[in-house]
Design a protein around this ligand. Structure first.
Ligand SMILES: [Cu+2]
Length: 184
């Protein structure tokens, strides 16, 4: 099933790449594209968006925020906590996409986090995500919702709140500690 969905996305990805090459990326930053974008299906709570950030410009692009209509968003990384467990937490400084390079968002690694979903995301749905760069530019892309099992991620618990002291989230970061606990 995953491969079928992947194949179905290919024409869309090609179209996005073509538009970017024309220097007229709809809704945002020229030279930044997201290929193979997808979101893990979820009924409520948290989920993640993944894909490949591609920078076709001569300068590094730093993604500092993400937003959508269906959830509060954070930029996350996976890291080792004091107990030696891999947990996710807001990525300090955001995602840096090097000039003429890529930055991968994948389960088990960096990802765009959806928190407190306001609607169920089911396979076949599409979610529009807007990224904001350190220059204040925005880039909007659509991500296809897919089912995905494995690589369930634990959110950094409140017992290590030193790691939570980033400015990536604007509010309610401590809300997630209870959700993280139920995952383990
Ligand atoms: Cu996360």
């Amino acid at each position: 099933m995953t491969f079928l969905r992947r194949a179905a996305l290919a024409p869309l990805v090609a179209l996005v790449a073509t538009l970017a090459a024309c220097g007229s990326t709809p809704g945002g930053t020229d030279g930044l594209t997201v290929t193979d974008a997808w979101v893990k299906a979820a009924d409520s709570g948290m989920t993640g968006a993944f894909g490949m950030l591609v920078n076709d410009t001569d300068n590094d692009i730093t993604i500092t925020a993400a937003s959508s209509d269906v959830a509060r968003m954070e930029l996350h990384e996976m890291a080792m906590n004091d107990a030696g467990e891999m947990v996710m937490r807001p990525k300090e400084g955001g995602f840096v996409v090097p000039a003429h390079g890529t930055h991968e968002l994948a389960p088990g690694g960096d990802h765009i986090m959806f928190m407190d979903l306001t609607t169920a995301l089911q396979p076949g749905d599409e979610v529009t995500v807007t990224l904001t760069t350190s220059d204040g530019e925005t880039y909007t892309f659509d991500a296809a919702v897919r089912t995905f099992t494995g690589a369930d991620e634990n959110y950094e618990g409140s017992d290590t709140n030193g790691d939570m002291s980033t400015d990536m989230s604007t509010d309610g970061a401590t809300d997630m500690s209870t959700d993280g606990a139920t995952d383990s």
